[in-house]
Ligand binder design. Structure first.
Ligand code: FMN
Length: 206
């Protein structure tokens, strides 16, 4: 059965632009794969626990004498990694918050980026271990960062490209809905263009 892993990270619920575009992508996938199985992690509405000094050891070793907190963290990380590995498609919704990604999405990556599981260190640097698959990242922003003076402050897309690439997902497609805080005259064309870009991603899938 075809599976899509959906990661939503907006805190705006039904008012979220990224959630609407992620839903459109899932609907497009379902049209192509009628039995589509959707696995969702909503790290905006229900953030995962941050790693702490008490739990981070669980990501480095799988010891019999691990504490209950370490065992729980290891089990969660294993589950999240299995979801990434098993997915045929990955769709991520990422609002820009303070120039970067939501801390809930950051925490998801903290659990998923595990040496020996999703990447490994080699003499030539880190190497991703996640098999290649189509990845769509919907970015929503109040301002405009694609070009011009604000582009240098965009810590969202370069970060996402880097952490996805670290695990081997080196060809993500980014769809940007920008200028969403600049009034209705800006929002409608921005959302229309983003929706068309989502459709184009679906149409280009093998
Ligand atoms: C806490 C917070 C911080 C934000 N920081 C930025 C920012 O740095 N740059 C920007 O362009 N928009 C910023 N925004 C606006 C959001 O990116 C914008 O509302 C976007 O539509 C949110 O995505 P969503 O509609 O999918 O929830 C911020 C919004 C919030 C709530």
């Amino acid at each position: 059965m075809t599976k899509v892993l959906v990661i939503n990270s907006s805190i705006l619920g039904d008012a979220s632009a990224s959630r609407a575009l992620v839903a459109k992508a899932v609907a497009g996938l379902r049209a192509r794969h009628p039995g589509l199985q959707v696995v969702e992690r909503d790290v905006g509405a229900a953030p995962l626990p941050h790693l702490t000094g008490e739990t981070v050891g669980a990501l480095r070793r799988d010891a019999a004498d691990a504490s209950p907190a370490e065992k729980a963290t290891r089990a969660l990380s294993d589950q999240l990694i299995a979801e990434v590995m098993d997915a045929d498609f990955i769709v991520i919704g990422s609002p820009m918050y303070n120039l970067g990604i939501h801390s809930g999405l950051k925490t998801w990556f903290d659990h998923v980026l595990r040496a020996g599981a999703t990447f490994q260190y080699t003499a030539n640097g880190p190497q991703g271990l996640v098999p290649a698959k189509p990845v769509l990242v919907v970015e929503s922003r109040g301002g405009f960062y694609s070009e011009g003076p604000a582009a240098a402050y965009n810590a969202q897309e370069p970060h996402l490209r880097a952490v996805l690439g670290l695990m081997g997902l080196t060809q993500p497609t980014f769809v940007r809905a920008e200028s969403l805080a600049m009034g209705p005259d800006a929002v409608t064309p921005a959302m229309d263009a983003a929706a068309k870009a989502v459709e184009a991603w679906i149409a280009a899938l093998a």
